[in-house]
Ligand binder design. Sequence first.
Ligand SMILES: [Zn+2]
Length: 319
Amino acid sequence: MALSTYGLKRQKKIAEWETRLRLLHEKYPRLQEIDTLFSQFALELALLEMGKGKLGMGREELTKAQEALAWEKKKLLREYNLPDNIYEIWWDCPACQDTGYVELGKKCQCLLREEASRRWQVSGLSPVQVNQTFANFSLQWYEDAEHYKGILEKALNFAEKISCRQPAGNLLLYGAVGTGKTHLCSAIANYALQAGVGVVYMKVGRLLDLLREHKFKLDKNDLYTGQGLESLYRVELLIMDDLGAENLTDFAREQLLLLLDERINHNLSWVISSNLSPNDIGAIYEDRISDRIMGTAEVLKFTGDSIRIRKMVKQKASP
Ligand SMILES: [Zn+2]
């Protein structure tokens, strides 16, 4: 994907450069003469090396003539208000000349940046979530700050292991609405994405819609790209937000169980966030689902009331 994009970009840049030089020569014929003469003299110098000179000029004379041409060209460029790099190919990235590689097998910064931006694109994080990190997860809103410090440490530990491709297990974050679960999910996702890990974040409701669409759609090809089905099963880290908010049907239960089993069997981690307690999950979903979750996940309990409400109260109270 990246390579073909780069190949196309290079072709375009080279075509643009050729057109630019042609137009330049049409507009300023003297520049064309200079360029032609310069090339002739360069060729003659090479022929002289082999004892086959044709113009009857010596080495020194040729070199001097070339210097004079270069000087005149520089003067003309200034006179015509043309930039010094008018003769160069205008690469987007001069470091790799838009190849994406600085040397064999070594990716350029521009390609690394593009790959990162693509990872974020397919991750499904909203623009707000992209800015939710461990660094800006503020403890000041929590009554039980010590408890949340512990949660933060465990979540960071999980994100670090995922980023080093070590077995990290799974996480269940549960607690009341507005206690910061989604922020922490985003922080884990952003941390892993930064490290080059593939992440998909999805609300459980959307995830089940996708599975349903897949089941009833004959043309399945479009589901196997981007945020499609394949990525749910195979992405390195799957974050399922808001378990319990979806329409619960037998189909949903069955699909969720399949997905969890498949990921557990392939040692692929997931994070689930829910307003439901583990007991509720057991009661609402079937036991097999809560067994899979409780049997493989570390449980982080988000205590207290909604910090969203507390923030609003504080804003209203202050002048
Ligand atoms: Zn580059």
